[in-house]
Design a protein. Structure first.
Length: 620
């Protein structure tokens, strides 16, 4: 079958069809994900709907599938050009005719797409909120030949000033309802508190909307927070642990992005930067290389990743503290969209708080920004289950699945239990050393004095002659820093100023004077990179243990997928995701009927790629 014909198969063929039939025939899935069926049912009934579903939860299907069943077209309001292009390319590989209307189109291309829309060849049209406000696009969509059945608002939290990514342009979307009063409206977002949900319904002018809130729990993502000490070494160790995998490293500044990308590049890693300081052409090229698996690692500011559907990102590293839980959740949600095991590492330093607060003072709503940051700090400093803390922020109670081991959850749950230990003497030593150094230094310096360091700075300050110099050899540096964190948590000391100088609180001063017993939950020292827990190399993708044939099939399929994607100038996952390749290797189909039982292979893709797939499996 010619590919150009293949991508034009699905136009009006499924109007009024059963959703389950379309799900299997077009998308190759046997079952809906949680809430998808209910949301789709509401849309098909013509009822306005708000769906809050986590990244990777299957939001796109909630409008893509109804678009094939409803007459006319579905308009999708999307905030980013890259998102539109990514979605359209993916839809075309499934045989679904779609298009985008944005500034990247030449006048000739715009006219061609306009004619395809008017002639009924297009089922899904992507536009930006800014584009939707233009007379040209409104006149096109209002043409007598065009019927708008559904208006979908993606990233709907942008309409709320309490959302983490508020965009004034989104407030203009509500006027579209006056032009198309009979079209059903579907609003989609991955994160929305009660306040944000109310704003979405009100500001979009939704009519008695049905609200669906999916679980925010992404069980396939392992959550981890580490102190930001020796950060670059930690990042490199993490990348080595995930050798060969796609990953994203998020930073809060362009300068940090460039420094990390350059460091990793010099060490031989496949890496590129992404931030607003780069030209549009460079950003687009770097993103394309990452999506097409030509580059393994992207170091980026928050500007990267919104709406990108790359399913095989195996890890996300937050090098700097995000400004809110919503922002953090969006970023880590870009890992493991295919449902396979993935990881999220946050490097936490109180110093990041001061940097963020510097910008908060200049923000439009400092009080709101401060509140959002507080939620992020509470998560990062939590000493109980991180998943429980994360879900609690969104008003959800975490209940671990009965068959899920504790060490599959987060670093807290997979670490040895912290028992209360008598730290009276070490705590006295630490606090006294802070006093002896005149409360002018940070945790690292105080620790070095306790360990008897002969660093030039300590000698120059004369601190090698202090009574506390060298009296702390019973602890390693890591253990002293752990004790320091505990003493901060318990309000015996605090960090002040830009350089996180340690000083005693009133409670700490009373403790030094009274020498009363102190019990704190010191955890055993465990290397996160030498333990056999979920936080380690969790992406072993073997259909069966010791199945050499399956391994050979996977490698052949990946090589074929890459060649085919290059030929079509699309990302490999748009052909088939990793989950489909694993299922092919596990089931080893021998004919077309068995091929249709594989995850993610619908009738159209089976017709296009089936013969090649069966041949590759047979030859392995």
């Amino acid at each position: 079958m010619c590919y150009n014909n293949y991508v034009k198969i699905v136009a009006n063929a499924f109007e009024k069809a059963e959703p389950k039939l379309v799900l299997k025939t077009v998308f190759g899935y046997d079952e809906f994900r949680p809430l998808q069926k209910d949301i789709i049912s509401q849309v098909l009934k013509g009822c306005d709907t708000l769906a809050v579903m986590p990244t990777g939860g299957g939001k796109s299907l909630c409008y893509q599938l109804p678009a094939l069943i409803l007459p006319g077209i579905t308009v999708v309001v999307s905030p980013l050009i890259s998102l539109m292009q990514d979605q359209v390319a993916s839809l075309k590989t499934a045989g679904i005719q779609s298009a985008f209307l944005n500034s990247t189109l030449s006048w000739e291309e715009y006219c061609r797409v306009s004619e395809e829309i008017k002639s009924g060849q297009i089922k899904i049209v992507y536009v930006s909120p800014e584009g939707l406000a233009t007379n040209r696009i409104r006149e096109l969509l209002s043409s007598a030949e065009v019927k708008i059945s559904c208006i979908t608002i993606d990233e709907a939290h942008c309409v709320s000033q309490w959302g983490h990514d508020f965009r004034p342009d989104y407030l203009e979307i509500s006027s579209i309802r006056h032009l198309f009063p009979n079209a059903v409206m579907l609003a989609l977002t991955a994160t929305a508190t009660e306040q944000v949900r109310q704003d979405i319904c009100k500001n979009l002018g939704m009519k008695n909307p049905k609200v669906f809130i999916s679980s925010f729990n992404r069980e396939n993502i392992y959550l981890e927070v580490q102190p930001k000490r020796g950060a670059m070494e930690t990042v490199i160790a993490y990348i080595r642990k995930h050798a060969g995998d796609s990953g994203i490293i998020y930073c809060n500044s362009r300068k940090q992005v460039e420094e990390i990308a350059q460091t990793l590049d010099k060490k031989g890693y496949s890496v590129l930067p992404y931030h607003a300081g780069l030209s549009d052409e460079v950003r687009a090229k770097n993103q394309e290389l990452f999506i097409k698996d030509e580059v393994q690692i992207i170091v980026a500011t928050i500007a990267f990743g919104m709406g990108i559907n790359k399913p095989n990102v195996r890890y996300v590293i937050n090098y700097d503290l995000p400004k809110s839980i919503e922002e953090y959740y969006q970023e880590i949600g870009r890992a493991g969209r295919d449902g396979l095991p993935s990881s999220a590492l946050l490097l936490y330093s109180p110093g990041d708080i001061h940097k963020i607060k510097y910008f908060i003072d200049d923000s439009a709503d400092p009080e709101k920004a401060e509140l959002l940051l507080k939620g992020m700090i509470n998560y990062a400093t939590s000493r109980s289950c991180r998943r429980k803390a994360l879900l609690a922020y969104f008003g959800e109670t975490y209940e671990k699945a009965p068959d899920l081991p504790d060490n599959c959850c987060c670093d807290i749950c997979s670490s040895p239990a912290a028992e209360l230990k008598d730290v009276t003497i070490p705590a006295q030593k630490f606090l006294c050393c802070i006093i002896r150094t005149n409360q002018r230094f940070g945790a690292g310096y105080v620790t070095d004095v306790l360990l008897g360091s002969k660093a030039q700075r300590i000698i120059d300050n004369g601190h090698n002659r202090l009574s506390t110099w060298g009296i702390g050899t019973e602890y390693s540096k890591k253990e002293w820093l752990e004790l320091c964190d505990l003493l901060i948590d318990e309000n015996y000391i605090r960090k002040t100023g830009e350089y996180n100088v340690l000083e005693l609180t009133d409670q700490g001063k009373r403790f030094v004077a009274s020498r009363s017993p102190l019990m704190l939950p010191m955890r055993p020292t465990v290397s996160r990179y030498n333990t056999n827990v979920r936080g380690e190399k969790i992406v072993a993708e073997k259909p069966a243990v010791n199945d050499a044939q399956a391994e050979a099939i996977i490698q052949k399929l990946k090589a074929w997928r890459k060649r085919k994607a290059d030929d079509l100038n699309i990302a490999p996952y748009m052909i088939f995701g990793d989950k489909t390749l694993l299922d092919l290797a596990a089931k080893k189909p021998k004919n077309r009927g068995e091929l249709l039982n594989v995850y993610g292979i619908g009738r159209l893709k089976a017709e296009e790629f089936g013969r090649t797939l069966l041949q590759l499996i047979e030859e392995s």
